[in-house]
Design a protein around this ligand. Structure first.
Ligand code: 5AD
Ligand code: SF4
Length: 519
């Protein structure tokens, strides 16, 4: 047996001993043992969350990696698997930035990694199941490579039931940390490296805003920019206000500086991110400044394309519509989650608008931006949704003419008010409703695509198409995927493409000779 094998055997024995110990300990004892007194993981609790006060948020500009951790990852590799929304994708870029500053290199090969992080999503049950599946798959690798650090972070780690289950059943996990603990990554990795027990650090209360976290962005053409964190809307089906904390906005000058910096690096598009971007600025006590004002200031910056997501219809105000109507780098694609077309269901969802109010908002947007593309999110099978109420969703989809929609079957989330409701809608009926809705959305998408036949569109070229390296792919201003033949030098540029064929979800075309000048 060589030194390496001896080390592995010792680690396996210690792991087996750990598992034995875990089996004989109650989960309460485990939780008491593992959670540091300062850290307070909780079951999602809507009452507690609603009571959170508008305490002052501190802004920090002094993040740095402690000296003794700056080279800890030298010669080692990391892999982060991301589940869920763009916010998670962007958090992954921050964690990748931190790990890179600690000397780690990134890898896509699971077997090569010395540290694997699962950045998880809690929004629906199937998202959680996928993560537990992956946790199980990683166990043999951990047994083979005892020094491998496996961490679970993101929204699932904010749920006590998840942490409890990992502690009880998945002792090969080394580290669990929450959405408010990302900046603590260097310390947590160090503890996991040198400690024997599972490290758990989950702050239930949101932390301050840390401004200068490093970011290893995924691409060099499009970038995510956080404008705010958290959500105070408390839709009755949604776990996000519990996993992401209360609404906190970044200061305008910090956002603008970040975008200017991205321009200097050659980025062509930014997407402003927040769980409810229209609430941007509502927490400022010293200035009156909302999303409309921010967009107006960004409009003056020399970045060719600006998008934002996700909007809440209730907070989408006239000032924002007026600013967006200026066009320029503010693109006329609006993602406006409606969730349901029935005012009764919307009330039960606590969405704070009716079908009529939503339609009125759409009318105002169309009046100011006649060519705007509207897309949405819809949940079918909310508890006790009737056939008539579902039909109202179908007619609303037609009336608005959504060109795309993310559609979901309602998934009960522990701790949310809707999850306590008895539900008389059979699963089979929910699946059929989803199927019918998807058919309609596909039909509308295909129709909207047809209107582009023979048109010339501006495409920000992102790279080679996934299916064929001879074909380039990119998105139009209204977010339509275009595949076309063109020179590789077009990658990263905005070019004109003539559409020759339309499909349900994409367009095919040929590049028009002259590249569009990007100012
Ligand atoms: N079940 C199903 N879909 C959900 N969403 C949020 N919570 C749930 C849930 N419990 C959907 C909403 C939201 C999108 C991001 O996910 O449509 O807009
Ligand atoms: Fe969830 Fe969005 Fe509602 Fe906030 S606004 S509670 S993130 S669905």
């Amino acid at each position: 047996m060589n030194e390496q094998q001896r080390k592995q055997q010792a680690q396996i024995r210690s792991e087996e001993a750990n598992i034995e110990r875990i089996k004989n300990t109650s989960s309460e004892e485990l939780i008491a043992k593992y959670f540091h007194a300062d850290y307070e993981p909780q079951s999602p609790d809507i009452k507690k969350a609603r009571k959170r006060r508008k305490e002052d948020i501190q802004f920090h500009y002094d993040f740095s990696i402690p000296e003794d951790m700056q080279r800890i990852g030298e010669g080692k590799k990391f892999l982060i698997r991301t589940y869920g929304c763009q916010m998670n994708e962007h958090d992954t870029e921050v964690m990748a930035g931190i790990l890179s500053e600690m000397g780690y290199e990134s890898t896509n090969v699971t077997e090569e990694a010395d540290i694997i992080l699962l950045n998880t999503c809690a929004i629906r049950e199937n998202a959680e199941n996928k993560v537990f599946g992956e946790i199980g798959h990683l166990k043999p690798l951990k047994l083979e490579k005892p020094d491998l650090i496996i961490g679970v972070c993101g929204c699932m780690s904010q749920e006590e039931s998840v942490v409890d289950r990992i502690l009880k059943k998945h002792q090969h996990i080394d580290l669990i940390f929450g959405t408010h603990n990302i900046h603590r990554l260097p310390h947590l990795v160090k503890e996991a490296m040198f400690g024997k027990e599972m490290i758990v650090e989950v702050w239930s209360k949101e932390g301050d805003i840390i401004e200068n976290l490093p970011k290893a962005r995924k691409g060099k053409i499009k970038a995510w920019v956080n404008i705010m964190y958290g959500c105070d809307k408390f839709c009755t089906y949604c776990i996000v206000p519990m996993t992401r904390g209360k609404e906190r906005s970044r200061r305008p000058q910090d956002i603008i500086q970040e975008i200017r910096h991205l321009v200097a690096q050659g980025y062509k598009e930014v997407t402003l991110l927040g769980q409810n971007v229209n609430a941007y600025g509502k927490d400022f006590e010293d200035i009156e400044y909302g999303l409309g004002d921010l967009m107006n200031d960004i409009h003056k910056i020399d970045i060719p394309r600006v998008r934002f997501t996700t909007s809440h219809p209730r907070d989408f105000d006239d000032r924002l519509i007026e600013v967006l109507a200026q066009g320029g780098n503010l693109l006329d694609h609006i993602h406006l989650p409606v969730q349901s077309g029935s005012s009764e269901i919307l009330k039960k969802m606590n969405r704070k608008y009716t079908r009529e109010e939503y339609l009125e908002l759409v009318r105002k947007i169309r009046e100011a931006m006649p060519h705007a593309t509207l897309t949405t999110d819809i949940i079918v099978g909310f508890p006790n949704e009737t056939e008539e109420q579902f039909e109202e969703t179908m007619t609303l989809v037609e009336e608005v003419g959504f060109e795309a929609a993310y559609t979901f079957i309602y998934s009960p989330r522990e701790g949310t008010p809707a999850a306590r409701k008895k539900d008389d809608v059979p699963e089979e009926v929910k699946k059929q409703r989803l199927y019918r809705l998807n058919e309609l959305v596909n039909k509308q998408s295909a129709e909207s695509m047809k209107s582009y036949q023979g048109e010339i569109v501006k495409v920000l070229v992102e790279g080679e198409s996934k299916k064929d390296p001879d074909v380039l792919a990119g998105y139009t201003e209204r977010n339509k995927l275009v595949n076309f033949k063109g020179p590789k030098t077009a990658i990263g540029q905005i070019v004109e493409v003539e559409i020759t064929e339309t499909k349900t979800w994409s367009l095919n075309g040929v590049m028009v000779e002259n590249r569009v000048e990007v100012k």
